[in-house]
Write a protein that binds this ligand. Structure first.
Ligand SMILES: [Mg+2]
Length: 223
């Protein structure tokens, strides 16, 4: 019987790539308005590429972007870009449709909820708070909890021990087959691939369940 569900955050509960793309576009437009010599139409995509190189949590993307296209880092450009980015991030930071309702439904069944993310814990708390679902979770496991990234067994074992459940009584839901599904399966946790959030939807995830909508996670715990 499933007693706890572990959710990955980005691309599972939040469409983080969409958010980053939109925020990058706003930031790039603000920088162009501040004098950066770049084609407005493609500036957002160009800035987003720096994020992909940097790691999606990286914080040098803006300065490298400005340096490349302006020669030197202009602080005014950087400031306006950062402000536009922060405004856009707030606007576009949203759950996938139906997430809060599904989580409340799981809560009502007495099943514990956990977020297990490779992101720093503070960032995970910030995102959960901004989208209004923080209080639905019993625990959060972020990068600092173990110092290891998924698919290491450590974050999964940490979550199980904090939740006080056996691996076979837990379900991991995530978009990334290599990190979320493989990592959880290795320690004996049941797995559910959030195909809707995956960049490549044609993959063979190897998961016990595959869902195309968050609400279908409820079917996985009925089975
Ligand atoms: Mg993810």
């Amino acid at each position: 019987m499933i007693k706890a569900i572990l959710f990955d955050l980005d691309q599972t509960l939040i469409d983080f790539i969409k958010l980053k793309k939109n925020a990058s576009r706003s930031a790039a437009l603000a920088m162009v308005s501040a004098g950066l010599n770049f084609d407005k139409k493609i500036a957002g995509d160009e800035l987003f590429k720096f994020y992909l190189e940097d790691g999606i949590e990286g914080n040098t993307a803006f300065s490298r972007f400005i340096k490349k296209h302006n020669g030197t880092v202009d602080d005014k450009m950087l400031a306006l870009g950062l402000n536009a980015y922060l405004c856009a991030k707030k606007k576009y930071l949203k759950t996938y449709p139906g997430v809060p309702k599904v989580l409340r439904g799981i809560n009502k069944k007495g099943i514990k909820l956990c977020v297990i993310s490779d992101a720093p814990r503070v960032k995970v708390y910030q995102r959960l708070d901004l989208i209004g679902i923080l209080n639905l979770f019993d625990i959060v496991v972020g990068f600092e909890d173990t110092g290891e990234l998924k698919p290491s067994s450590l974050p999964f074992n940490k979550a199980l021990s904090l939740l006080d459940v056996n691996p076979s009584d837990a379900l991991m839901v995530g978009d990334c087959p290599e990190r979320d599904i493989l990592g959880a399966a290795k320690v004996g946790i049941k797995t559910c691939w959030a195909r809707y959030g995956a960049l490549d939807k044609t993959l063979d995830s190897g998961a016990d369940f595959v869902i195309n909508d968050i609400k279908d996670v409820l079917k996985c715990i009925e089975d």
